[in-house]
Design a protein around this ligand. Structure first.
Ligand SMILES: Cc1cc2nc3c(=O)[nH]c(=O)nc-3n(C[C@H](O)[C@H](O)[C@H](O)COP(=O)(O)OP(=O)(O)OC[C@H]3O[C@@H](n4cnc5c(N)ncnc54)[C@H](O)[C@@H]3O)c2cc1C
Length: 397
């Protein structure tokens, strides 16, 4: 029997396991079930060198005293409190944290299944190999990025330099980068605030925009648009938005349009006793009238709360209400620096080199678990601000 079973080793799952272990200490077993003990640094998968964008969690899990079980969770029986794993194994739990994250939604058009993406490290590596081949073989490569949201913008603005890295500066400069989006506005969900800065960066980088048009097919090196236009492309990469990964569908209860479980203030699934849902798998109230976004910023905080509350529930302690500190965004704009916004109104407070330095700090420090730490230091970093210690770290039920 696993006292707290966490499924998924992303940002939220790792910190959920740490937070649960911090509270239970040696009085309860915390288990992390995931395909591999690896944290993929998904927010950086638009960058060059995707081979560097994963962290081996094994040493940290060992330090913390969290058990790792490899496997792919497939079924959930919330009445018997059992997670079924591919291959037939069953993992019984007292409290469950579902941290299975999200995956990119491929458009349902011809050829989309075979198109490149950068949603996982494996996909980012495959796309990087494609870029290398295109840079070697095409004098004037055309790269089409489909999806003009946060990730599509960041990727499009990196591509010239990434092609140059593989094939020399001239290839990078001669390339045509085309960013295609369904919405009439680039980065529509980022709001009005950073729009002008984004447009200026795309213009400076000579990224061509095809907006307000859906893609109808991707085949034979051609992107066919819904209005009949066709674009010959040497590489096509999808950045078409995310939805909750399939395991979240096993949790009974209501879901939002992204397939996320609508959780209560303590991140519990209202219709599955003992089940907490976190990160990109959960739609939670941030405490200021907004729902969480599928973002690292929210996943890191949601994970800590979900793990803490799973352990609290087990110990018979009052649960904490999830709260998210100020919402911010930091968008990489390639050679134009970055743009940083504050609040849900996305007021631009920093651009250019200063924002770029902040983005670098976020991408190389803030979102990473500690490289090395003692057990006490590691578990302390999982603490939810303001949480009171239990009088006794023992498993109550
Ligand atoms: C290219 C890209 C750029 C991004 N840029 C940003 C950004 O700039 N800022 C930002 O805040 N966010 C960004 N994001 C979003 C951010 O990466 C996610 O919000 C974050 O990873 C969510 O963390 P998570 O722990 O909920 O899920 P994930 O990181 O998706 O981790 C989920 C984990 O669960 C595992 N899993 C899934 N299903 C199962 C199963 N059935 N059994 C076992 N294990 C399972 C997965 O293998 C993985 O280990 C970006 C994402 C991408 C792809």
């Amino acid at each position: 029997m696993h006292d707290v079973l966490v499924v998924g080793s992303g940002f939220s799952g790792f910190w959920a396991a740490m937070a649960a272990k911090r509270l239970l200490a040696d009085g309860g077993e915390v288990t992390l079930l995931a395909r591999e003990p690896v944290l993929q640094i998904r927010p950086r998968l638009y960058e060059a060198h995707p081979e560097e964008l994963a962290v081996d969690l094994s040493p940290l899990l060992t330090t913390a005293g969290v058990r790792f079980v490899p496997g792919d969770a497939q079924t959930l029986d919330p009445d018997r409190r059992i997670v079924g794993v591919a291959g037939g194994a069953e993992l019984p739990y007292r409290r469950l944290v579902v941290a299975t994250g999200s995956q990119m939604q491929r458009p349902s058009v011809l050829g989309a299944d075979a198109a490149d993406a950068i949603d996982t490290q494996a996909e980012a590596l495959a796309f990087d190999r494609r870029l290398a081949q295109v840079a070697r073989e095409c004098a004037e490569p055309v790269v089409a990025v489909i999806g003009a949201g946060f990730t599509g913008i960041e990727l499009a603005l990196e591509l010239r330099d990434r092609l140059a890295l593989h094939g020399g500066e001239a290839v990078g400069e001669r390339a045509r980068i085309v960013l295609i989006g369904r919405s009439a506005t680039v980065g529509a969900t980022l709001g009005i605030g950073p729009h002008a800065t984004i447009r200026a960066a795309l213009e400076a980088a000579r990224v061509e925009l095809l907006l307000g048009v859906a893609v109808a097919a991707l085949d034979d090196g051609q992107v066919t648009l819904a209005d009949g236009r066709r674009l010959a492309a040497d590489a096509v990469v999808l950045t078409t938005g995310m939805r909750a990964a399939p395991f979240a569908a096993q949790v009974p209860g209501m879901r939002d349009a992204l397939g996320r479980v609508l959780v209560d203030g303590a991140l519990q699934a209202p219709e599955a006793a003992g089940v907490f849902v976190t990160g990109d798998a959960a739609a939670a109230d941030t405490g200021d009238g907004h729902l969480t976004l599928q973002s690292c910023q929210h996943a890191l905080q949601l994970g800590r709360y979900a793990g803490e509350n799973a352990a609290r529930d087990l110990l018979g302690l009052p649960l904490l209400t999830y709260r998210q500190p100020d919402y911010v965004t930091c968008l990489d704009l390639g050679r134009s620096g970055a743009v940083f916004t504050r609040g849900w109104e996305r007021v631009v407070t920093e651009t250019g080199a200063a924002a770029k330095a902040r983005k670098r700090r976020i991408n190389t420090e803030v979102i990473y678990p500690p490289r090395a730490a003692s057990r006490a230091e590691l578990l302390e970093r999982a603490r939810v601000a303001g949480s009171a210690e239990p009088s006794e770290a023992c498993v109550a039920q």
